[in-house]
Write a protein that binds this ligand. Structure first.
Ligand code: ADP
Length: 216
């Protein structure tokens, strides 16, 4: 039979060394994320947070000379980047800048199925329903037909969370999701993240330089 041993680790990093020039950013770094765990990574700017993320969802070439496993499969062993993308949702404030043309908010959410910025494929009925459910969970159903580029920063951030969540990823990465938000929007986003953690099978990886970002 073709059964694969199912790993109980979502992420595994073994003695990882990453340096840029003479600067060692990760030195014999070991880290395991087990099934069911949610993590927060906190550190000041320059601490190496983006470097860690680049080993998971990015294209850091140094990944391949290290032992990094995602969902039990070693990165660089011929795994498909699309298979990885299917399992990982990413929320980054950077995405906000990619949307320049008018586009309905619901279409931004649906683009999460295709891992694209725009919206090129016709979604299935099932995908439409899933998108509505996600917007409902986040309390943004009434924004569905609004032009994304005209929404407030906080509303846009919620739409982008729905976009990352829509494909029910195993792992949902929040990369500084509160960047640029005021206190009340910030609190709202943190509550939403707790809600996602409590109401789905998605595991959360929350990355921030703000020590005080408090999650459950
Ligand atoms: P953080 O995300 O916590 O702010 P980074 O992982 O971006 O930290 O950066 C860690 C250190 O590595 C910083 O000193 C940064 O200047 C350096 N660094 C990151 N990427 C590169 C790169 N591509 N080339 C050279 N230095 C880099």
């Amino acid at each position: 039979s073709n059964k694969k041993q199912k790993s109980s680790h979502i992420i595994e990093m073994k003695n990882v060394n990453i340096s840029y020039g003479n600067k060692k950013v990760l030195n014999c770094f070991n880290w395991n994320v087990r099934n069911g765990e949610n993590w927060k990574i906190v550190g000041p700017n320059g601490a190496g947070k983006s470097t860690i993320l680049s080993l998971i969802s990015g294209d850091n070439l140094q990944t391949y000379s290290n032992e990094v496993y995602l969902f039990g499969i070693r990165r660089g062993s011929g795994e498909s980047i699309w298979d990885i993308k299917k399992k990982i949702g990413l929320v980054s404030s950077e995405f906000q800048l990619h949307y320049l043309e008018p586009i309905e908010a619901i279409k931004v959410v649906i683009s999460g199925f295709f891992d694209t910025i725009g919206y090129y494929k016709r979604p299935s009925k099932k995908q439409m329903i899933e998108a509505s459910k996600c917007m409902d969970l986040l309390g943004i159903t009434d924004l569905a037909k609004h032009n994304f580029t005209r929404l407030s920063f906080g509303q846009q951030r919620l739409i982008l969370i729905a976009r990352a969540l829509v494909k029910s990823p195993s792992l949902l990465i929040f990369d500084e999701p509160c960047q640029g938000l005021d206190f009340s929007n910030r609190n709202h986003i943190l509550k939403i993240i707790d809600k996602i953690a409590n109401s789905s099978n998605t595991q959360i990886l929350y990355v921030t330089h703000v020590q005080s970002d408090h999650l459950q």
